[in-house]
Design a protein around this ligand. Structure first.
Ligand SMILES: Cc1cc2nc3c(=O)[nH]c(=O)nc-3n(C[C@H](O)[C@H](O)[C@H](O)COP(=O)(O)OP(=O)(O)OC[C@H]3O[C@@H](n4cnc5c(N)ncnc54)[C@H](O)[C@@H]3O)c2cc1C
Length: 687
């Protein structure tokens, strides 16, 4: 484990460059004249360094001792070696900007840090990462599983976005959260770890995307990411198979994945009630079919009881590499290009830090990993986007592509809260409302990494619609959907997606709806004496398609995010049905013995129309935005080609959730990691 101290010890300079018992990088002890000598001509510093040591050790050297060094200097001059002036995690923007990197990665989040770690495995390759947030290592709000949600809306961790007013929601804006720190959203998320179904990814290749963007092509990269500890047999779910068996070869990757070692008293009754409604159990949900009820894995290290995320698990073990520098507290504002007739070549990235503007150059590539809500903004600010939109803002067009920022898809969410019969049943909220309970649990957590502080939501179920809809209901809903689609002006790309989605629905093979149980409502009851549980439902394969665009050239302004929630009646119907199933579940034994009454929506909400009204007032995000810089053919929805190069450029790639062309019926972080692992191989192969 890397000690805390060295990560925070050198604010304003390079830190994280060594362990506590040895000095930080030797570079910091060298005089300025020496650095200039080495950096400016771009030669390696090893021979100079040796001469420097000889000089300061006052060694007596004669012709014989000097000769080998003269030879080394000659070799260095003949074969220049590029060196960056910084390494480790740094807030020294000026020195970072003076450095020279092969790859500049914008965004040190989930995908960005996977790439940084993988690309710097080759010591001849240098990588500079620009991250707007700060490191939050050894921070309980990040590390402690049961603190999930506590960092939301705190600008130290969260960008805190909101959608533009949604016409479909009576003009309501919906808050959106996204990680702003080392690790990005992987440090803020709720840790549910899940691969999608085979059909989810095979849809992508059926859109005409080649290059192995399907289940078979992604599977090795899930396995490369994961290090799975199988779960115990005696969980409250009483499943027959050992949880985790379906992960197959995923046993040596950087992200430790495990099963809860602690369950509340409520998961068991919840699972039993769901099974009694006819939902089958799925003991192997990560093997290509997510449908059914299962005990979900989580991105938690069972050995330490900590969240695992890209910052801790990809970056930290490699942060001492001399060819890797991660600049924090710096926001990228524009990609610079040179253009000589053919494709545009990305030459560097402009960024701002502490009120000063800088540019850092990239010798080989610029890679955007700023996530689905930011990547389109940077593309547009840099001249890649819809010609009319850019011209109206006075932005010179580098590549005209009207698909940039389109195709935004998110899982739409409805939370239902229920009051518990027994106010003394501990829930996650008890950690915030009962100080002595919390203290005992914290002691247990810190001592042996077990107990309520390791709690993550584990009771997940995914459903084809046939599970809860009659054939007539489904036929009527699909007919209405097709009428609405015909009345909408959708692109051929989205039209193809819709056809695949409709086929999936009819075949009943890919999950369309998710139910999720949380023992507590994440701290919401901390100020009163009551006890709640949350049962959420989600539209897993939505038809709504939104967008993210700029409406100003101010790079620090937030983009205009239009999630277009409930754009199609079908999505609303999926949520209405989910809320009704949830209500029914709360009244089904044995869960009904624990749950007393519905709070939100209240018991007065009973008819379809009541539920619809409630959903319009309350639908929110599952924080799973994808699709805004999509894989796909140019001119038919694609922003990036199958090698993730942005169309019209020779060396600008996008690697983050935005490249997913279609939403998957699953939580998406494992897929983002797999995308980044695959991207790293693509980039290495192109070197
Ligand atoms: C609250 C929440 C809960 C979630 N829960 C789950 C879950 O339980 N399970 C699951 O599978 N998925 C979950 N997700 C989704 C999942 O975590 C994300 O989809 C995924 O991590 C996104 O990865 P990314 O690399 O695309 O972007 P991010 O990880 O968000 O990385 C983007 C990075 O870029 C940085 N950045 C942005 N703009 C700039 C700029 N201009 N200059 C410099 N840096 C910039 C950001 O600060 C950030 O660090 C959740 C997400 C959230 C927000």
């Amino acid at each position: 484990m890397v000690p805390t101290q060295h990560l925070y010890c050198r604010e304003g300079t390079s830190f994280g460059c060594g362990s506590n018992d040895r000095p930080n990088h030797i570079w910091e002890y060298l005089p300025e004249w020496y650095k200039m000598l080495v950096i400016k001509p771009g030669i390696g510093h090893t021979p100079f360094f040796l001469l420097f040591i000889l000089y300061f050790n006052r060694m007596r050297y004669n012709t014989l001792t000097v000769l080998p060094f003269v030879a080394l200097i000659g070799k260095s001059l003949a074969t220049p070696v590029k060196r960056s002036q910084v390494n480790g995690i740094t807030s020294d923007a000026a020195t970072f900007a003076q450095s020279s990197f092969d790859y500049v990665i914008v965004g040190g989040g989930t995908a960005g840090l996977v790439l940084a770690a993988r690309l710097t495995e080759d010591s001849a390759v240098s990588v500079g990462v620009i991250e707007a947030g700060e490191p939050r290592f050894d921070d309980l709000n990040v590390d402690t599983p049961a603190y999930l949600g506590q960092a939301l809306f705190n600008p130290l961790y969260d960008w805190v976005y909101e959608t533009v007013p949604q016409t479909t929601l009576n003009g309501r804006s919906v808050p959106l959260n996204l990680g702003k720190m080392i690790g990005g959203s992987s440090a803020l998320n709720f840790m549910i770890w899940q691969r999608g179904s085979q059909g989810d990814y095979d849809n992508w290749s059926q859109l005409g995307i080649d290059g192995g963007w399907d289940w078979a092509g992604l599977l090795p990269y899930f396995e490369k990411t994961e290090n799975v500890t199988s779960g115990p047999l005696d969980t409250p779910y009483n499943f027959t198979e050992r949880a985790g068996s379906g992960f197959g070869e995923g046993n040596s990757g950087p992200i430790a994945v495990s099963y809860n070692n602690f369950y509340s008293t409520l998961e068991g009754p919840y699972a039993q009630s769901l099974l009694s409604l006819g939902v089958p159990e799925n003991a192997d949900p990560d093997n290509g079919d997510t449908t059914g009820l299962f005990n979900s894995a989580a991105s938690v290290d069972v050995q330490t009881g900590n969240r695992t995320y890209s910052g801790r698990n990809y970056l930290l073990p490699n942060v001492g590499r001399s060819n890797l520098a991660v600049l924090v507290g710096a926001q990228a504002t524009k990609i610079q290009f040179s253009q000589d007739g053919g494709n545009a070549t990305a030459t560097g990235v402009q960024f701002t830090s502490g009120g000063t503007n800088y540019t850092v150059s990239a010798d080989k590539e610029v890679i955007l990993s700023t996530g689905s809500l930011r990547t389109p903004q940077l593309l547009e600010l840099s001249g890649i986007g819809d010609e009319a939109r850019l011209s109206a803002l006075g932005i010179p067009v580098v590549v005209a592509n009207s698909d940039v920022g389109e195709n935004l898809q998110d899982h739409q969410t409805l939370n239902s809260g229920f009051l518990l019969v027994d106010p003394d049943i501990p829930t996650i909220d008890t950690l915030f409302s009962n100080a002595s309970f919390a203290a005992t649990q914290m002691e247990q957590y810190l001592t042996d990494h077990t107990g309520f502080f390791t709690y993550t939501p584990s009771a997940l179920s995914f459903h084809p619609l046939q599970q809860f809809w009659t054939d007539d209901e489904l036929d009527a809903a699909l007919a209405q959907l097709q009428t609405e689609i015909a009345q909408t002006n959708v692109s051929s790309f989205i039209s193809k997606q819709f056809q695949l989605q409709i086929d999936n629905i009819k075949q009943g093979q890919v999950a369309q709806m998710e139910l999720l149980f949380v023992a507590g409502v994440l701290g919401a009851s901390s100020n009163d004496q009551q006890n709640f549980v949350d049962m959420s439902n989600f539209a897993s394969r939505p038809f709504s398609r939104g967008s993210v665009h700029i409406n100003t050239t101010d790079p620090l302004a937030y983009p205009q995010i239009d999630t277009a929630y409930l754009q199609y009646t079908f999505d609303k119907q999926v949520l209405i049905k989910g809320a009704q199933v949830t209500r029914n579940l709360s009244q089904t034994a044995p869960l009904s013995n624990f749950v007393s009454s519905p709070l939100s929506p209240s018991a007065n909400v009973t008819t379809d129309q009541d539920f619809e009204n409630y959903i319009i007032e309350n639908v929110g995000t599952e924080w799973h935005q994808v699709g805004t810089a999509s894989l796909g053919p140019f001119g038919e929805g694609g922003v990036v080609a199958s090698d993730l190069i942005v169309y019209g450029t020779s060396n600008l790639r996008v690697v983050d959730a935005s490249i997913m062309p279609m939403q998957i019926g699953a939580h998406i972080q494992a897929t983002v990691y797999a995308i980044a692992e695959k991207a790293a191989d693509i980039i290495k192969a192109a070197q």
